[in-house]
Design a protein around this ligand. Structure first.
Ligand code: DAT
Ligand code: MG
Length: 213
């Protein structure tokens, strides 16, 4: 059946992160990625999509995070019994809690900025694929570029996830401060975000540090 994946703005800007997660999904043999369309997701669509967390404190952060820069819409074909395993391969929702064998551990440093969305079960798959298809007019089989090409272009770019997570943990533990690490964090993000404008670096900095401390 069809599920919805979204390469989120952080995964799209941190090039190796997005490419690595997509490669991990493809190589798993558990699913097929059936579209790849770049879109700035409208806040109205996000309000529907994230209705189940609209009462949570992180919700305003989440909507700004998801609507500020382009994402890639990816319809995912998978056996319904595989979705749990694919979600496990992605790792925990909050990246700093992701298991060491998961893609988010390798590619997403910290917090709710977790690189990629994937429908959590059959019910969500049905709801989300219909919502996103009807709202955006994107269909299975539509690609801006072949995903293999995207992976080839970006998979080998710098990936500072582990170093960034180490820094964020130090800050979270109170052993260091954002002010102290500020310059280094921006440097690492700039290196990962091949060709990105400075406003995108500022966005990443915000999205990764806003919930810290
Ligand atoms: P998932 O996306 O893993 O299905 P969810 O549906 O509970 O998780 O939440 C939707 C998104 O909200 C999630 O991808 C990132 C963000 N989020 C969830 N819990 C969070 C938290 N405790 N802190 C920050 N962001 C969170
Ligand atoms: Mg969910």
């Amino acid at each position: 059946m069809l599920f919805l994946a979204v390469l989120k703005p952080d995964g799209a800007i941190r090039k190796a992160s997005g490419a690595g997660i997509l490669k991990g999904l493809m190589d798993s043999g558990l699913c097929r990625l059936c579209s790849f369309k770049e879109v700035v997701v409208p806040a109205q669509l996000l309000a529907e999509h994230y209705k189940h967390v609209s009462h949570r404190g992180f919700y305003p952060w989440l909507i700004r995070y998801m609507s500020s820069y382009p994402s890639f819409v990816i319809f995912v074909e998978a056996e319904r019994e595989n979705i749990e395993n694919i979600r496990r391969l992605l790792g925990a929702t909050r990246a700093h809690e992701a298991e060491a064998t998961s893609l988010r551990y390798r590619y997403c440093p910290y917090g709710g900025a977790n690189g990629v969305h994937l429908s959590e079960d059959e019910r969500a798959g049905r709801f989300e694929t219909k919502l996103w298809r009807d709202t955006l007019g994107i269909r299975k089989g539509q690609f801006d570029i072949p995903i293999e090409e995207y992976i080839d272009a970006y998979f080998d770019k710098p990936n500072h996830t582990l170093e960034l997570r180490r820094i964020f943990f130090e800050i979270a533990k109170g052993n260091s401060s954002l002010a102290e690490q500020d310059k280094r964090i921006r440097e690492l993000l700039r290196e990962e975000s091949v060709g990105a404008s400075e406003d995108r670096i500022e966005f990443l900095y915000w999205v990764l540090t806003d919930q810290l401390e």
